[in-house]
Design a protein around this ligand. Sequence first.
Ligand code: GDP
Ligand code: IMO
Ligand code: MG
Length: 420
Amino acid sequence: MVDVILGLQWGDEGKGKIVDYFAPQYDVIARFQGGPNAGHTLYVNGEKVVLHQIPSGIFHQHTVNLIGSGVVLDPVTLKRECDRVAQFGIDVRKNLFISERTNLILPTHRALDKASELSKGESKIGSTLKGIGPAYMDKTGRNAIRVGDILDKSFTTQYIKLRLKHQKLLDNFHFIEDISAWEEEFFEALEFLRTLNIVNGEYFINEQIAKGKKVLAEGAQGTMLDIDFGTFPFVTSSNTISAGVCTGLGVAPQKIKEVLGVTKAYCTRVGSGPFPTELFDATGEELRKIGNEFGATTGRPRRCGWIDLVALKYTCMVNGVTQVVMTKADVLDAFSELQACTEYLVNGQPSAYVPYQMSRVTIEPRYQKFAGWHTATDAIKNPEALPTAMHEYIKFINQFVQAPVKYVSNGPGREQIVHL
Ligand code: GDP
Ligand code: IMO
Ligand code: MG
């Protein structure tokens, strides 16, 4: 049996914290897509940790953590992260497993990401520059090198061949940068990777399922960044939706039970691209300040706005969300009035749908207003103690998106969550 936790907006919904909270109820936590573009923040013994490659169950000693086939892996980031978790007494050789089909991010993928973004100028995607796009292009282009290959004697030949190909592409971009230092740390990190548990991911996970173990699939990014269903081309390069669990882990659809979708009580986006409810005023600034909305991976300020229920209904639909987790509700404590977008005016015409090409039309959001609760909620543990105005806000969301908000997260700490 597999449950899923994934993002319903443009990423950074608080997935890491939520996975960490639920991890004790599961035997296996598995990342199924994305790579070091993800930044999942957890608090361990009050200390902040940001995970990019390792699943967010790593701090629970009994939990098995799997980096699945659908992930793209930068060995350098992985090594750095393993050193970080070791500071908490975690031995990754005991509870971290990596699928041999996981695709590698090479130093030249990072260079290509940078070169591609530079060439786009104003219309850049706002990529995290971690090499995600180029690495997935080599996967679908059938050129990639995978984790299992590093154990094979053909590895060096494969590397040289792909590097040469990348060099030609970089030359086309007129990209001149010395990446020898990147390559040096890459090869060092490969030595380390060879010492970790490299497994056949699909047998590994299906055997766990057959034994009756509970698996939690951890999504990265968010549904509006999905390569197929997001705000293309301003998206990432993987399937961030629940269907990505099947292709990313090698599990069958009927094995998936609960799909927990995580949304902020408002909305943020980092990087370029359409964001209908973005606020450019003092309210947007306040959300950023109170919510501490700065990227966990790149430190960039996140764009902020009110919750977009047109988009949220769409993302609940494409994922088959069975339960919604609403995070950062405490951030709204300061506001006397809230708004939620319930309709778009697309080129002046009212619409309840997310348009196919959001960046080619004008979208004016129409809002429903709500009374704020204007009281501190971050210490609340019981649903009855949550303010009536918050219950009203949630009730409206439940009805609108046709999926129930079952959990409200009211602070970054592991214990700051209310089960409705
Ligand atoms: P992820 O990528 O979805 O895991 O989210 P990030 O870690 O990138 O960003 C979420 C940020 O919000 C982190 O700094 C978390 O510590 C913080 N956070 C998560 N849940 C809550 C919450 O309920 N309230 C507040 N105030 N902060 C939260
Ligand atoms: P988590 O898992 C927020 C955004 C980037 C950029 C676009 C493409 O922490 O929620 P990429 O590096 O994938 O080529 O960038 O996607 N992006 C994210 N935004 N959270 C993330 O991950 C993101 N991963 C990528 O900012 O707009
Ligand atoms: Mg993040």
